[in-house]
Design a protein around this ligand. Structure first.
Ligand SMILES: N[C@@H](CCC(=O)N[C@@H](CS)C(=O)NCC(=O)O)C(=O)O
Length: 210
């Protein structure tokens, strides 16, 4: 068994967040990309019964899924990388609240909006679900935009949450909408793009033009 971390991924998906976090944590990893047409893939279903990326195979063979869990695991394992504010940090509670909010409120708008046909019986229902999840997604981003009071999502230091924003703002309604409607989030995403190693990952994931 490989003692290297293996990331199960799909280009442009939430696995791009984990690629960036592993890179910032200075960890070597292999990436196995599935094509979107392949999903849900048999091999991936055996790794993650939800059939979702990202999934991370740890050196001991254990599988870690869920972006928030992977983020917190990285923070515990590599505390000096600054991705997760430590327990006694003034921004810890805000970090935890926003991390869970991103995966529990924003991410599901894509779960239902990307594949509405899985959840409703007919085309009209699918169209409505796609439309309502897109509205909800925009409303949530506006909420975060209104709350922000620092250069980064959690104050003066970049954290893992800024990486979430850079990747997720490349999804619907996409960066042009953020530039217009959520300029603070857009500025955060642009600063992340400009970090050389992260810009490379975003380009590899086709989230930024190459
Ligand atoms: N709760 C999961 C959500 C992961 C997720 O929704 N992944 C999407 C791609 S970004 C996926 O694998 N979609 C493929 C499918 O549902 O078939 C997390 O936070 O990691």
């Amino acid at each position: 068994m490989s003692d290297e971390l293996i990331l199960y991924a799909a280009k442009g998906g939430g696995s791009a967040i984990v690629e960036a976090l592993l890179t910032l944590a200075g960890q070597k990893y292999q990436v196995r990309y599935f094509s979107w047409e392949q999903l849900p893939d048999k091999e991936l279903l055996a790794i993650n019964p939800l059939g979702e990326i990202p999934a991370l195979r740890l050196a001991n063979g254990e599988i870690l899924t869920e972006t928030a869990a992977i983020t917190l695991w990285l923070g515990d394992r590599f505390p000096s990388c600054g991705l997760v504010p430590p327990a006694d940090d003034a921004h810890r509670a805000e970090f935890l609240r926003r991390l869970v909010w991103l995966v529990a409120a924003v991410y599901p708008t894509f779960t239902y909006g990307d594949h509405p046909e899985r959840f409703v019986a007919n085309d009209e229902g699918a169209r409505q679900l796609r439309e309502s999840t897109e509205q909800r997604c925009q409303q949530l981003w506006r909420q975060l935009e209104a709350e922000l009071d620092g250069p980064w999502v959690c104050g003066n230091e970049m954290t893992a949450l800024d990486i979430f924003v850079a990747v997720m703002s490349s999804w619907r309604p996409r960066r042009e909408w953020f530039a217009r409607e959520c300029p603070k989030l857009f500025a955060i995403a642009r600063r992340v793009d400009q970090i050389e190693t992260l810009g490379e990952i975003l380009r590899r994931n086709e989230l930024l033009p190459s």
